[in-house]
Structures are given as C-alpha cells and as structure tokens.
Design a protein around this ligand. Structure first.
Ligand code: NAP
Length: 424
C-alpha cells in the first residue's frame, strides 16, 4: 500500500474537485492524505464569493465540497496565505505533489482613458463586494447615478446587470451581503445597459441565463428586435446550436412589450468602449459603433467591466497570459494546476470536475515513491489556522443567523468576527 500526501492550494471548486478525484482514485494499493490550503478564512471560493446570490441552486454544489472535506483524508488549512505564512518551496519539500487551484481573481481591464475614475470598476471588485468577500467589504460603490453601464457580453456581465437592475427587495431572501442590500435599496440606478462589442450572435451569455430574464417580476428587459434580426442575417443558415439557442432566447425577449416597470435592463450590441469621461468621477462613456469611426455617448455614473479575469501570480509559480504556465495541468515536477488558473476563466463550475479529474489522473501516473511525511503544522505555529471544525462552526452560525431572517445564511464579512465564530 502506497500512501501519498498532496497539498491543494485554493479551496474553491477546482480544489475540491481535485480532492474528490484523488479520493476516487484511491484503491487497496493507493491512498492519499490531502491538505487544502486557503488564503481566506472560509472555503468554497467562487461558490461563496462569485455565484450570484439570486442563483441559490448553483450553490448547492457546496454539499459536494463538504462531503469531500469530511471523507476522512482531507484537512482544511484556511486563513493561511501562500507566500506569507508558507512558501511554495515548503509545500514542494513536504508533499508528494502540490496542486494549484487558486483561480483567476483579477479583472481584465479595457485599457481606455478614464478607466481609473471613481465610478469605474471591475466585476472582480463589484461581485465579491455584494457577495460579502472580506477583502471587498470596504469598497466604495457609488449607486447615486440613474444609469449604469456594464461592459461585456458574458454571464458575469449578465449577473452584474441583473443584480443592479433587480428590485432590491428580491435580494432579501438571499445571502447577498447586508451592506450591499442596504446600498441597493438606497440605489438611484434605474437603467442598466449591458454592452457587447460584437453582434448578438457572438454574445457569450448562455441560453438558460437569457431564458430566465423574462421571469424578472420588477424589471423591464429590453433587446431591440433589429439587433437579433441582423444577427440572424449575418449567421445565415449554417448556425451553431448554441448560437441558435441564444438568438432564440434573445428573440423571445425582443418580442416582449416592456412592462412599464421602474427598472430597466437594456442590451446594446456592436459598441466598442473608447473612453470614460468625467471631472472627478464617471460622467459618461464614449463608444464607437464597432467597425466604424462613428461615436456615441451614454451619460452614466457607473461603469462596470466584466470582460474576463486573470490569475494573480503566486510567488514561485510561472505565469503567462493570466494563467499558470502548464501542459495539460503539469507545471513542473510534482506541481500541477487545475481550474481557471490552468485554463483561464471559462466554463461553469461543473467544468472543473472533469478538468480536475483529468489532471489528477496525470498526477497519479507521475507518482514515484512516497516521501517521508512531515506535517506542515510546525511551520504554521504563527498563523491562526481555520480548520474544517472551525469552518463548520462558522457555517452553522451563518446558517442560524439566516434562518431567523428567511435567508440561506447571513455571511459574515469581518475577518475577526469570522475567527470568533470559528471559536478562535
Ligand atoms: P466570458 O464568458 O468569456 O465573457 C467575456 C465577455 O467580455 C465577452 O463578451 C467578450 O467579448 C467581452 N470582452 C472581452 N474583452 C473585451 C474588451 N476589451 N472590450 C469589450 N468587451 C470585451 O467571461 P465571463 O462573463 O467573465 O464568464 C466567465 C465564465 O464563467 C464563463 O464561462 C461563464 O459562462 C461562466 N459563468 C457562468 C455563470 C452561470 O452559469 N450562471 C455565471 C457567471 C459566469 P468578445 O467575445 O468580443 O471577446
């Protein structure tokens, strides 16, 4: 029987699916002890701080993560930062293999003038802010404008636009951060424009997300029919299934008569952002009609870019183009990468399951004789480690706080309160 120790850095979906894949690869001859190291005081990564709070079903995958975490061969070391509390060398020395699963948390930027003005921000800031990520609780999100523009035509842009355009009472039964619900209730935003640089046929939204928009009870959703007709003309007969489904879902929206609600979410296509203007903060955004020199402007006080993400480099790990340099998940001897840090920010949460499983099969193929096991605990005597037990106490407290308010949980944003709830 060979027994190996594996460190997984990052307790998000890709990390848990990697641990699950290793558990599934165990046999009478092969076993793993898995340590998951996480910078934040809480696990679950994007499931906690990325998934839109009005999509609770997507978050039920956390049950899978907890099953993996409590299967007996997994330990959680949360509130432990690689590069500060531990080095990658420490992990390489002590484990048979190291798996990087740290995702991509930096928002890509447009690189246009005015992008740094107050009132211009990335979805990489706005989304964790409304999702109670401790690092973003003090972000200033100015919702005093009547018009907001969201740049991008992917599901993140759609989440951001929808959350901004919802009747905020609809967020009451969700686990949206309390500070964000208060801000949305005081918000002056009534029109949210979601802006794509290409035509509707190239939008990266997925059709289930488009199909749920007409169900919004308090928001007009507007797509111009001519945008869909011209997209259909451009694609012609030979149309891919996904594009067809998307255009059908958008056509259904375009056919709707706006219901006269106070709040509106409007799609704009073929608009290339050129400049954000304002004296002390965002006042307007200038676009060109894509493919032409023709300019037009939208007066607005908030611009949120949702145009993709890049990985924040970890010291000691090679990065290029916003990803960890890798070949099929292999980074260097005994070091692997999974999830968005490996392939870039694409695919839904479930995509990480097969991806992590493929990489863990390679890891197992590469294994040599196990190293003598040296626990990392001695390296962490200075740190306040949140273990699975501490996390379960936090989880119970958040769920209990939610129960009395009719929410799935009330997420705690304050770092020291999280430690306190964990019993630390
Ligand atoms: P995405 O799907 O790749 O969409 C990015 C969008 O940004 C594209 O429309 C892209 O347009 C646009 N863009 C990129 N650079 C731009 C620029 N310089 N100027 C203007 N527009 C630009 O990325 P995402 O929305 O961040 O989502 C990431 C992944 O998470 C996706 O696979 C998504 O489906 C998934 N996700 C799923 C859900 C869900 O299932 N509910 C929710 C959120 C996210 P071009 O095509 O023209 O480049």
């Amino acid at each position: 029987m060979s027994s190996y120790t594996i460190a997984i850095v990052g307790a998000g979906p890709a990390g848990y699916f990697a641990a699950q894949a290793l558990q599934n690869l165990q046999s009478d001859d092969l076993s793993f002890s898995i340590d998951i190291i996480e910078r934040l005081p809480t696990p679950w990564g994007l499931v906690r701080s990325g998934v839109a709070p009005d999509h609770p079903k997507i978050k039920t995958v956390a049950k899978v993560f907890e099953k993996v975490a409590t299967a007996g061969n997994v330990r959680l070391f949360a509130n432990v930062e690689l590069g500060k509390d531990l080095s990658i060398e420490d992990l390489k020395d002590r484990y048979d293999a190291v798996v990087i699963a740290t995702g991509t948390s930096l928002g890509r930027t447009l690189g246009i003038p005015g992008e740094d003005l107050p009132g211009s921000m990335s979805a990489a800031t706005f989304v964790p802010w409304y999702n109670a990520h401790p690092d973003f609780k003090d972000e200033s999100v100015d919702l005093s404008t009547s018009t907001a523009v969201v740049i991008g035509a992917g599901n993140v842009a759609m989440d951001v636009a929808r959350i901004l355009a919802l009747e905020p009472n609809e967020l009451d039964p969700t686990d949206t951060a309390d500070h964000a619900i208060d801000a949305f209730k005081a918000s002056a935003v009534r029109t949210v424009i979601i802006s794509a640089r290409r035509g509707a046929e190239h939008a990266a939204f997925t059709s289930p997300e488009l199909r749920e928009l007409p169900k919004l009870e308090h928001t007009n959703v507007i797509i111009e029919k001519h945008d869909i007709d011209s997209a259909l003309e451009r694609v012609g007969e030979d149309i891919e299934k996904e594009v067809k489904n998307n255009l059908e879902a958008m056509a259904l929206i375009a056919e709707q008569v706006p219901a006269g609600h106070e709040r509106t979410m409007k799609f704009q296509f073929l608009a290339t952002p050129k400049e954000i203007r304002g004296t002390d903060k965002v006042e307007e955004i200038i676009f060109t009609k894509t493919g032409t020199e023709e300019e037009f402007s939208i007066k607005c006080g908030l611009v949120i870019t949702a145009i993709g993400y890049e990985a924040i480099p970890l010291p000691g790990i090679p990065y290029k183009n916003g990803k960890v340099v890798n070949t099929d998940g292999r980074v260097e001897e005994n070091v692997y990468v999974v999830g968005w840090a490996k392939r870039g920010p694409s695919g839904v949460i479930g995509t990480n399951k097969s991806d992590s499983s493929d990489v863990m099969k390679l890891l197992v193929e590469d294994l040599k004789d196990p190293k003598p096991h040296t626990d990392i605990a001695d390296l962490l005597s200075h740190a306040t480690v949140i273990t699975q037990g501490h996390w379960e106490a936090i989880n119970r407290a958040e769920i209990a706080a939610g129960e009395v308010k009719g929410k799935p949980r009330v997420k705690v944003v304050d770092h020291s309160t999280l430690l306190h709830l964990g019993g630390l």
